[in-house]
Design a protein around this ligand. Structure first.
Ligand SMILES: *[C@@H]1O[C@H](CO)[C@@H](O)[C@H](O)[C@H]1NC(C)=O
Ligand SMILES: *[C@@H]1O[C@H](CO)[C@@H](O)[C@H](O)[C@H]1NC(C)=O
Ligand SMILES: *[C@@H]1O[C@H](CO)[C@@H](O)[C@H](O)[C@H]1NC(C)=O
Length: 198
């Protein structure tokens, strides 16, 4: 897998950005999500699952860290949510940079940013950990009463894909960007503020 390869894939055309009204993104307690704050992303339709990073062995024997959904006893790996726009709070309209906060030291990468790369072996647009030169994630309202959000990744204003969970050949429940709309259910998340980051 090449971590800095161009995204050589087709995104299904979705007018998500153009058609939806911008709303403030809220955490699990209904508070506005601050630009640069740290949250656990908690899957809502997989009881006990958390979002974290895991080692993936590449065909050439090297390793990479992939973003996965996993059932564990801990809270997963918290993420830093930020937009480069001068904004105090995150809305559903802002392109986001997401990175793992305190990813355990590993020999695979020194980066913590979420990047979307075409994984030739897996044949998916995978969410991996790497050096993000581009911020293209967006939270989209899934259920505004419950503060549930899905995640979308866009390469430009009209080319976006939904982040979904798909099991790879090694049983890892990988976060991938779906190439077609509606073929898979979105990953639905709640943002739980890391308790020590107040
Ligand atoms: C996990 O999350 C719960 C609830 O948000 C919190 O009370 C607990 O301290 C967290 N545990 C760790 C290890 O961060
Ligand atoms: C990931 O791989 C590195 C080196 O191969 C190893 O040191 C580390 O313990 C692994 N981490 C996990 C979570 O498997
Ligand atoms: C991470 O940084 C250390 C120290 O600079 C370096 O020795 C190591 O090769 C780096 N690891 C990777 C995967 O780039």
């Amino acid at each position: 897998m090449k971590t800095n390869a161009l995204l050589a894939f087709f995104f299904f055309l979705v007018a998500l950005l153009a058609s939806t009204r911008a709303e403030f993104v809220r955490d699990s307690e209904g508070h506005l999500v601050a630009n640069g704050d740290i949250y656990y992303l908690v899957p809502q339709y997989s009881p006990g699952a958390v979002i974290t990073g895991t080692n993936i062995t590449n065909p050439d024997g090297s390793c990479s860290v992939a973003a996965v959904e996993m059932i564990t006893h801990n809270n997963g790996t918290a993420t830093l949510i930020e937009t480069k726009l001068l904004a105090a709070y995150i809305t559903t309209d802002y392109p986001l940079h997401i990175s793992f906060h305190l990813l355990p030291p590993n020999l695979c990468t020194n980066y913590t940013d979420w990047v979307v790369v075409w994984d030739e072996d897996y044949e998916q647009n995978a969410v991996m950990v790497g050096d993000a030169v581009y911020s293209g994630f967006y939270f989209k309202t899934y259920d505004s009463c419950r503060h549930f959000y899905s995640l979308v990744f866009c390469v430009d204003q009209y080319k976006c894909g939904q982040v979904v969970v798909k099991t790879d050949g090694h049983g890892n429940k990988r976060l991938i960007v779906a190439a077609e709309q509606g073929s898979e259910c979105p990953l639905v998340l709640k943002l739980v503020k890391q308790s020590d980051s107040h």
